[in-house]
Write a protein that binds this ligand. Structure first.
Ligand SMILES: Nc1ncnc2c1ncn2[C@@H]1O[C@H](COP(=O)(O)OP(=O)(O)OP(=O)(O)O)[C@@H](O)[C@H]1O
Ligand SMILES: [Mg+2]
Length: 247
C-alpha cells in the first residue's frame, strides 16, 4: 500500500433521475489525513458518504479505498450518520461493545475500550438504558462512541455534532483529533460550521452547488490544539466563508 492515497475518488457522478448531484468529482484523501467537507445544503455530501459505504451505486466513476473498490465489509471503516442511528434493541453499553465483538477483539481489550469510551462520552450513568429512553443528542453520543471504539482506519462523520451544545461540541472536537492521532485514522468529516472545519481539518474541500464539483481545497497547516482567536485562524475562517458566499 505504501504511499498510496487512502481514498481515491475518480469521476464520481451520481444522478437521481434528471437531477445531477455529483458531477465527475475527483479527489484524493491521504492516509492519516483529516479532511472536512463543506458545501451548500443538498449538494450531495451525504450522497457521497452513502456511495462510499455502498448504500448507493454511482451513476459513473469510482471510489477506491487502499487501491481497491470501496467495500465496507472489507475495510475497517465506521460511519456516524447525520441522524442518530444507535441500534434500538441494544443498551448503551451493548451498542458500544457491538462492533468490537463483531471484529472479535480480545475480551479484555473490549472491556477496557468500552469503559474508556463510556467515560469519554459521559455515558456511564446510562450504560444500561436503551436509545429510546435518551435524548437525540445522547443517542448521537452513543453512535460517536460506537465508531470511536472501532478505532477505524477510516472514520466517516456526517454533521456529527450538529445537535450538541457548544461545550460538548468543543470537547468532542478535541476528542476526535485525539482519536485520529492515537488510532492513526483517516477522517472525512462533513460540517456546515466553518469554524469547526478550520479547527479540525488538515484540508478543507469546498463543494459547489449542484451539479456539484470541488470548488476549492484549502490546506490548513496549524498545529493542534488550534487557537480560534489567532490571526491565522480568523483569516482562514474568513477566506473559506468568502468562498462560500460566492456559491
Ligand atoms: N434517494 C434519493 N432519491 C432522490 N433524490 C435524492 C436521494 N437522496 C438524495 N437526493 C437528492 O440529492 C441531493 C443531495 O442530497 P444530500 O442529502 O446528499 O445533500 P447534502 O449535501 O448532504 O445536504 P445537507 O447539507 O442538507 O445534509 C438533494 O437534492 C436530495 O434531494
Ligand atoms: Mg447531508
Amino acid at each position: 500500500m505504501g504511499n498510496q492515497a487512502k481514498v481515491k475518488v475518480r469521476n464520481l457522478t451520481k444522478k437521481f433521475g434528471d437531477l445531477t448531484v455529483l458531477d465527475h468529482v475527483s479527489f484524493d484523501i491521504e492516509r492519516g489525513e483529516f479532511v472536512c467537507i463543506v458545501g451548500p445544503t443538498g449538494c450531495g455530501k451525504t450522497t457521497f458518504l452513502n456511495l462510499l459505504v455502498k448504500l448507493l451505486e454511482p451513476t459513473e466513476g469510482n471510489i477506491f479505498i487502499d487501491g481497491e473498490e470501496a467495500d465496507p465489509k472489507k475495510h475497517n471503516l465506521s460511519f456516524v450518520f447525520q441522524e442518530p442511528s444507535a441500534f434500538p434493541w441494544l443498551t448503551v453499553e451493548q451498542n458500544i461493545r457491538f462492533g468490537q465483538e463483531t471484529k472479535k477483539r480480545p475480551r479484555q481489550e473490549i472491556d477496557q475500550t468500552t469503559e474508556y469510551i463510556l467515560e469519554m462520552l459521559g455515558l456511564k450513568d446510562f450504560r444500561n438504558k436503551y436509545p429510546h429512553e435518551l435524548s437525540a443528542s445522547t443517542e448521537q453520543r452513543i453512535v460517536i462512541g460506537r465508531s470511536f471504539a472501532m478505532k477505524p482506519d477510516l472514520l466517516l462523520m456526517d454533521e456529527p455534532y450538529g445537535q450538541m451544545d457548544l461545550k460538548l461540541r468543543y470537547y468532542l472536537e478535541d476528542e476526535v483529533i485525539r482519536l485520529q492521532q492515537a488510532a492513526k485514522s483517516t477522517v472525512i468529516f462533513i460540517t456546515h460550521n466553518i469554524e469547526e472545519a478550520v479547527y479540525l481539518a488538515d484540508r478543507c474541500l469546498i463543494l459547489s452547488q449542484k451539479p456539484t464539483t470541488v470548488k476549492e481545497e484549502v490546506q490548513i497547516n496549524m498545529p493542534h490544539p488550534r487557537n480560534v482567536a489567532s490571526k491565522e485562524f480568523i483569516q482562514l475562517r474568513e477566506y473559506i466563508t468568502e468562498q462560500i458566499r460566492w456559491w
